[in-house]
Design a protein around this ligand. Sequence first.
Ligand SMILES: [Mn+2]
Length: 356
Amino acid sequence: MASENGKKSNQSVHTEKNGVDVSVSNSIKALRRLSNKERFRSFCQLFSREDRVLITIVADPDSMASAMAVKRILSRRVQEVVIAHPNNIKRVNNLAMRDLLKIPLVRLKNVKVDEFTKKIVVDSQPSHHPDFQKIEFDAVIDHHPLTTGWAANFVDVRPEYGAVSSMITEYLKAGGIKLSVALSTALFYGIKVDTQNFTAKTTYADVLCFQFLFKHINHNLLKKIETADIRRSELKYFKIAFDAMKMSKNRIYAHLGRVGNPDILVVVADFLTHVHEIGWVIISGQYGEKLIVIFRSDGYKKDAGKLAQKVFGKVGSAGGHRQSARAEVPFKNLPDIDPKTFDTKGLQKFFKSVLK
Ligand SMILES: [Mn+2]
């Protein structure tokens, strides 16, 4: 991904070999040459007092934190800043983050885009979401691989960064902007989530920002956001799991029936991995017209991803890593199974021939 950045552009045509708009490519290159302070200034120069600014995001921790920070940067420079997202926020941790850190979000369908004089997208590019494709953006700040088919005045795309939260932290530092506890905690969490606690793509800049933010965060708030992954209405699934659960050898199986959100299957599966002497946890549920199966293993001489593939690879999508995997199978691909009567015994049957 990062390799694109070093390429020389052919300025005689409007698009480069990789299809990237030359103006976008030049804009990125120009910004890369700037110091953090200069980049901050050039961003602020896009705006005037009368502006009403719309920040659009596909809401997740990194994008929410980044949008909150951009709002902070612009709050005293323009008339109004609104953060809007097209997606329904389903993850409970993300709802907890929004509520506990008081991030003011509105649904994109409820705003009149034309009433805004400037539009910004952070942690995404205009091509990433159908609702963004209709918007003409003034600024794009992102860390995903550069895509084509759009242009903007200000383009700061740095795919080597683990999180946009880090990029925006640099803006805040460069601008000498004081960070509130809520904003610091949001950015800190954004970096943590997007770098998967620094086990995924990370640069030294992410580490520096993380260290900088650490001094300003509220650890209790962070802990609550990280632990809050269950809705009150979902507690019933634990009772269902305990009632439905079957153990054989070092394995736990449970089919939870119909679930309102497949994330609860993950929460239940993760909880059961805490049981001593349990090497495999296999939890399933029905979501829509699909059977969802969550696999957890201790990874010792076991490979959850391979098992998921072996059992469900031919009838649905299945895969993952040694310790965690997931399968999604349309019930129509399982003609012998009636979703209404499917239970933990039925789930166990799938594994009979494979796990001995
Ligand atoms: Mn991100």
